[in-house]
Design a binder for this molecule. Structure first.
Ligand code: NAD
Ligand code: UGA
Length: 463
């Protein structure tokens, strides 16, 4: 089957960058990304590519190259579905906040709405691709909705999970470790797999394109995120033991990472992992395991989340304890709010939870993040519903630069590993602070020797 038109439902952190790269690499394919969110689509269409809704290094250039040529952003969902031979579903699949499975299961209402919309609109045979991260066996539900329309349209459902990480999305999409495509073992299923393989083959070498059955593909995505997050919780667990014993977690990570069976990546101790997916996907895995009665499997993975919550709490508790057991009315400067560097995404960022704990202790939080606005910081805190929006606004202020945020502060907490933090004039920052001037480095990015020489009381994670 020759593919000429692709539609992607969901213009978010995955749909936007993924489709921009497909469009750049496949100029012969028309790629239309649709979303219900008119503001988001307008931002994707902004003449100035600095204003596209997602900050990812290199993305603006790719959008500038392909947009209007064969890459389009639109709110006309029906039209794009109707025209396309392949439809990617890339909508959000958050943790359920209500009903059965509340707090654990993935909320599939947006997925089901997409399936119903495709079923209603489609007049020609289509390949429907699960790009969103989904519980294993979701393709079964999608198929049931699509096959019961009675209009004779044939659908093939593929699972093609996305493995990009934010902050390096463009790099990851241009040179992926692998592309995973799961499909049906029937002849029609294999043809659909081949059609999608052909799209990726425009820039990914064949040995990196892996094809499996649908269920393996769906479950591999949850498994990959669970394994990655588990490494972080493992090293974070060791970080506390390092603090008690005089070992240094950076040295331990280096020593174990040189074992080729362990490997060096994802061993950075931190204030705790954030992001929209690790927690959501592990909770989902826990829910699925429990639903099959696999309680030991569920408990094993749940511990990764328990450890991560503990690491965030341990960080805020340590700030309070070190500041003589009270932070009431003290100014604590937060450097970083995003869940990692090089992104404007703040979903599940450790900063939110650390701030929430400190506000409970009546601290005044002064935030500086190069890519996050005050509106977003406050919205993140309000979302927790710990206190009123007025109280949050009274306790939290954002600044346009780090020097102003740190002026008069009792302590600085590093929450995101933005590169610029290491290059600041730390003497100048020290001079403007209350003494003793404390730094709590939740990312282990600053130079302890240099800071202590200036006069700071410096504390890192795991040493
Ligand atoms: P997102 O919230 O940034 O984007 C989802 C978009 O879908 C939103 O703009 C929303 O308006 C739109 N949408 C929802 N329902 C719709 C509908 N019925 N019709 C049209 N548009 C609709 O989410 P995201 O971060 O892009 O994640 C999407 C999926 O990809 C999730 O399942 C996530 O787990 C997975 N994933 C995310 C990442 C990541 O780095 N963010 C990486 C890999 C996989
Ligand atoms: C993660 C995975 O890395 C992607 O492969 C996956 O596609 C994506 O989730 C997803 O499914 O959404 P992402 O969350 O964007 O990507 O970013 P990561 O680089 O994995 O970082 C996640 C969190 O872990 C961040 O808060 C980061 O600071 C933290 N982290 C990461 C550590 O604390 N230590 C490390 O060694 C690595």
């Amino acid at each position: 089957m020759k593919i000429t038109k692709i539609c992607c439902i969901g213009a978010g952190y995955v749909g936007g960058p993924t489709m921009a790269v497909i469009a750049q690499k496949c100029p012969h394919i028309q790629v239309t990304v649709v979303d219900l969110n008119t503001e988001r689509i307008a931002a994707w269409n902004d003449e100035n590519t600095d204003n596209i809704p997602i900050y990812e290094p290199g993305l603006d250039k790719i959008v500038a190259e392909a947009r209007g040529r064969n890459l389009f952003f639109s709110t006309e969902v029906d039209k794009a579905i109707d025209e396309a031979e392949i439809i990617f579903i890339s909508v959000n699949t958050p943790t359920k906040t209500y009903g059965k499975g509340k707090g654990q299961a993935a909320d599939l209402k947006y997925i089901e709405l997409c399936a119903r919309q495709i079923a209603r609109v489609a007049k020609h045979d289509k390949i429907v691709v699960e790009k969103s991260t989904l519980p294993v066996r979701t393709a079964e539900a999608i198929k049931s909705i699509l096959d019961n329309t009675g209009n004779g349209v044939q659908f093939q459902i593929l699972s093609n999970p996305e493995f990009l990480a934010e902050g390096t999305a463009v790099e990851d999409l241009l040179s992926p470790d692998r592309i995973l495509i799961g499909g049906n073992t029937t002849e029609e299923g294999q043809k659909a797999i081949q059609a999608l393989v052909d799209v990726y083959s425009n820039w990914v070498s064949p040995e990196k394109i892996l094809t499996t059955n649908v269920w393996s593909s769906e479950l591999s995505k949850l498994t990959a995120n669970a394994f990655l997050a588990q490494r972080i919780s493992s090293i974070n667990a060791m970080s506390e033991l390092c603090e008690k014993t005089g070992a240094d977690v950076n040295e331990v990570a280096r020593a174990i990472g040189m074992d080729s069976r362990i490997g060096p990546k994802f061993l950075k101790a931190s204030v705790g992992f954030g992001g929209s997916c690790f927690q959501k996907d592990i909770l989902n895995l826990v829910y699925i395991a429990k639903s099959y009665g696999l309680n030991e499997v569920a408990d094993y993975w749940e511990q990764v989340i328990i450890m991560n919550d503990y690491q965030k709490l341990r960080f805020s508790n340590n700030i309070v304890k070190t500041l003589y057991n009270t932070v009431a009315d003290k100014k604590i400067a937060f450097l970083g709010w995003a869940f990692k560097k090089d992104t404007n995404d703040t979903r599940e960022s450790a900063a939110i939870y650390v701030a929430d704990e400190l506000i409970n202790e009546q601290a005044k939080i002064a935030v500086y993040d190069p890519k996050v606005s005050e509106r977003k910081v406050l919205a993140d805190l309000d979302y927790l519903e710990t206190r009123t929006a007025e109280k949050n606004a009274k306790n939290v202020t954002s600044f346009n630069n780090a020097y102003d945020a740190c002026e008069g502060a009792h302590a600085i907490a590093i929450l995101t590993e933005w590169d610029e933090f290491a290059d600041y004039d730390w003497q100048k920052i020290y001079d403007g602070m209350q003494k003793p001037a404390f730094i709590f480095d939740g990312r282990n990015i600053l130079n302890k020797g240099k800071l202590e020489k200036i006069g700071f009381v410096y504390q890192a994670i795991g040493s």
